[in-house]
Ligand binder design. Structure first.
Ligand code: ACO
Length: 305
């Protein structure tokens, strides 16, 4: 049994914070942030549950479904409301989903890991799974540290996955290397710390390798791919990845300029933007790819449904 995408939705922090806003309190500038990252503003506010509820409700509406049509909820988050309990049951309860509800944490690769888990649930009998990526990174950000404070934003995205006789997911490549755990981390109650330069260097190599494996396993080449939906961390990472994959940058969806790095939410936010712009059509071959703390990475070749 395969999966199809039945509906998408997003939720965003209510407050728009521009680079100029940040330069009021930090030794930084719009010029530095824009040139080094591509980020111009980010959305701040909400919790993983409140943002996830909005995204989930929008995805259900887009699919023409209600909570009790959904068997299980899978939530990708690094910034759940509390350490205990998980945030997925709170979102599920609010949306009227009565089946299983579980949090998973693969940092910025989490939405892709969630896709793998949700697809597995469908392969073992579930009819529909709501996959949500929701992050409240602003709570874990040290607003006095200019090297990280300029990067992150709050947001959520969701998709309803439905059992289907054909499979939208043609290949999935997942990986992790815990020996790199100290490159990006936050301890309980602490802030996010990151060796940005090293993450940058490794991310480009990891994403390219993972994407090439996913393309190989799906028996397609980059020429067959009409759109790349990648984790939105830094525009320079996206440019370097596109160059190494040999794809024109016009085929790479970019939404980090408006939202910053929203970790688990960034890929579904990119999907939402691409859908609204008419850049995703049924039958298109799409490459989805993410990387993040762990380090973790994940790529999929998908036939748009
Ligand atoms: N404003 C002005 N100057 C700054 C700022 C800022 N906001 N931040 C850092 N600088 C300074 C540094 O202090 C440094 O100054 P120095 O040369 O005097 O020491 C200089 O700018 C260069 O710093 P670098 O860290 O080398 O800058 P770089 O070009 O590498 O850009 C950045 C930093 C944007 C963090 C980049 O390395 C990056 O994007 N890395 C990848 C991050 C990422 O992908 N994270 C994803 C995972 S996040 C997750 O999983 C939750």
């Amino acid at each position: 049994m395969g999966v199809r995408f039945a509906g998408w939705g997003v939720g965003l922090g209510e407050r728009v914070v521009t680079n100029d806003d940040l330069s009021q309190t930090l030794d930084t500038s719009d010029e530095w942030i824009s040139e080094r990252t591509g980020i111009r503003s980010r959305r701040i506010g909400g919790s993983a549950s409140s943002l996830g509820i909005v995204a989930g409700r929008n995805a259900l509406n887009d699919a023409g479904l209600r909570g009790d049509d959904i068997d299980h909820l899978v939530l990708s988050t690094t910034t759940g409301d509390r350490v205990i309990p998980g945030t997925a049951p709170i979102i599920a309860s609010e949306l009227g989903i009565r089946g299983g509800a579980v949090d998973l944490n693969a940092a910025c690769s989490g939405f892709m890991y969630g896709l793998a888990v949700a697809r597995g649930l469908i392969a073992t009998g579930a009819g529909r799974v709501l996959l949500v990526g929701a992050e409240n990174l602003s709570r874990w950000t040290d607003w006095e540290d200019r090297s990280t404070a300029v990067l992150f934003g709050d947001g959520a995205g969701a998709v309803v996955l439905e059992a289907d006789s054909t499979d939208a997911v043609r290949s999935l490549n997942l990986g992790a290397d815990g020996s790199l755990a100290d490159l990006i981390y936050a301890d309980h109650g602490g802030f996010i710390h990151m060796d940005g330069r090293e993450v940058f260097r490794r991310a480009v190599r990891i994403v390219v390798e993972s994407a090439e494996r996913a393309l190989h396993d799906a028996h397609v080449t980059m020429d067959d791919v009409s759109l790349v939906l990648a984790h939105q961390a830094n525009q320079r990472i996206l440019v370097a990845v596109a160059e190494r994959l040999g794809v024109d940058f016009s085929k790479v969806e970019v939404c980090l300029d408006s939202y910053g790095n929203t970790s688990s939410a960034s890929i579904p936010l990119a999907v939402d933007q691409a859908r609204r712009a008419g850049r995703l059509q049924k039958g298109d071959t799409v490459l989805m790819t993410g990387f993040g703390a762990g380090m973790t990475w994940a790529s999929a070749v998908v036939t748009w449904s």
